[in-house]
Write a protein that binds this ligand. Structure first.
Ligand code: SF4
Length: 417
């Protein structure tokens, strides 16, 4: 493959004459007048015996909103061209389904398969909000396609950190999931301009313990290499490459976990060196992830009887919301309102088993005559209309009519679009 990029083929589709039309379409596809009304009434909706409490912050973050707007704008600016998307634009099946319905063709994101070879100069390729690894960008540039880049600015900030680490001869320790698009994109930048930078990806506290132990001179090299197989830069040597280390994280990690990991790695360096001079850290959790986690804690203070977390099952920030909520309340991670089969049965995603399971609601949900407080939040990639559908589904199963739900939210039935 020719490694020298031909030309800078990024195109800016955020043109003033396009964005007005595009944002109106995006609003129609994803916004919810009901949710906006509940938000403006203190995030509470009181029906007969059912009280809904929404987290103060949930749903689309600015990075996701921007990525969707840009993807829609690309369709508008290039109505006749083939438009491709590398993987998912964000981790929400409803949004990806809408893009597919607009004729956007999904390309695999893990490896560049034969489909990539068939791209030609007239094609448009959308880079998702998580970004893509450097070799993908080089390949697209060489192909001469028009690149529409929706990478979130907060992800780019992490890339800057790990590139700086590489330039300083510091090995990046990336706290993230080694199979997540964003982490793979970040890891490729940790190799630095000359490709000689080093990285290792850790995900769990057990990974961190194994890494910290090795840094302090304990642990078996073979076991270490086996544990981190596929999560290290090419040719990684733990005896050579863990001297100067810098921590960065996937933007959507759990704050408490990231802090504990930072402490463990720093303590390992201090124990080994007597000081922390060869340790650097940048907390790169993005503001939107942090706000949604803080908001959930506020909601949990209201002591809901059950919680719904709405979002894509492969969404990292959503999964962490589930993990927070289930510590204190029965929590159901659903992709859409249709997962709620009845007042007793629900299909939901188990974050521990990593699969969809059939589950049961607590008894209080099943009796519409008994008051229940239902908490709802949603990940940064979840549109408001899916939260709205959840409210309607639960409210109507518990005996409220469509119109009475709108009225309780301060809306006239005629206002509903
Ligand atoms: S969750 Fe954070 S990093 Fe991801 S798109 Fe939103 S703002 Fe950007």
């Amino acid at each position: 493959m020719d490694r020298q990029p031909k030309r800078n083929s990024r195109v800016n589709v955020r043109r003033a004459e396009v964005m007005g039309i595009v944002q109106e379409k995006v609003r129609r596809h994803y916004q919810s007048a009901l949710v906006e009304s509940v938000r403006s009434s203190g995030n509470r909706l009181e029906l007969g015996h059912t009280t809904f409490v929404l987290a103060p912050e949930f749903g689309f973050c600015t990075g996701v909103q921007r990525a969707i707007d840009i993807a829609y704008a690309a369709r508008n600016v290039f109505p006749e061209n083939r438009i491709f998307l590398i993987g998912d634009i964000i981790h929400n099946p409803e949004v990806n389904r809408q893009l597919a319905a607009m004729g956007v063709i999904r390309l695999p994101w893990k490896t560049m398969t034969d489909e990539y070879d068939e791209l030609c100069e007239k094609d448009v390729v959308i880079v998702p909000a998580f970004g893509v690894p450097v070799p993908f960008m080089d390949f697209l540039t060489n192909k001469g396609v028009s690149i529409v880049d929706t990478t979130c600015g907060d992800v780019v900030k992490v890339w800057r950190r790990v590139k700086d680490f590489a330039a300083m001869g510091v090995t990046s320790i990336i706290h993230g999931k080694a199979t997540h698009e964003e982490t793979l994109a970040t890891a490729s930048r940790a190799l630095g301009e000359d490709g000689r930078g080093k990285y290792i990806i850790i995900f769990t506290e057990e990974d961190t313990r194994a890494l910290a132990d090795y840094m302090m001179g304990h642990g078996c090299r073979d076991e270490f290499m086996k544990r981190f197989e596929g999560a290290m830069s090419p040719g990684f040597d733990p005896d050579r490459d863990l001297v100067k280390v810098g921590l960065a994280n996937q933007t959507t990690m759990l704050k408490s976990e990231t802090q504990s990991i930072q402490t463990m790695i720093r303590n390992a360096v201090v124990k080994r060196d007597g000081n922390d001079e060869r340790y650097s850290v940048f907390d790169t959790i993005c503001g939107a992830t942090q706000d949604r986690q803080n908001s959930l804690f506020q909601l949990l203070d209201e002591k809901p009887d059950i919680m719904f977390v709405v979002g894509g099952y492969n969404s990292s920030n959503t999964t962490h919301l589930v993990d927070i909520a289930k510590e204190s309340v029965p929590t159901f991670f659903i992709e859409a309102a249709a997962c709620i089969r009845s007042l007793t049965e629900v299909e939901c995603f188990d974050t521990r088993l990593h699969r969809i399971v059939e589950s049961s609601f607590p008894e209080v949900m099943g009796n519409p005559d008994v008051p229940v407080k239902v908490g709802i939040t949603a990940g940064a990639s979840c549109p408001g209309n899916l939260v709205e559908e959840t409210i309607f589904r639960v409210g109507m199963l518990r005996g409220d009519s469509f119109d009475s739900i709108l009225t309780a939210a301060g809306m006239l039935p005629g206002q509903y679009q």
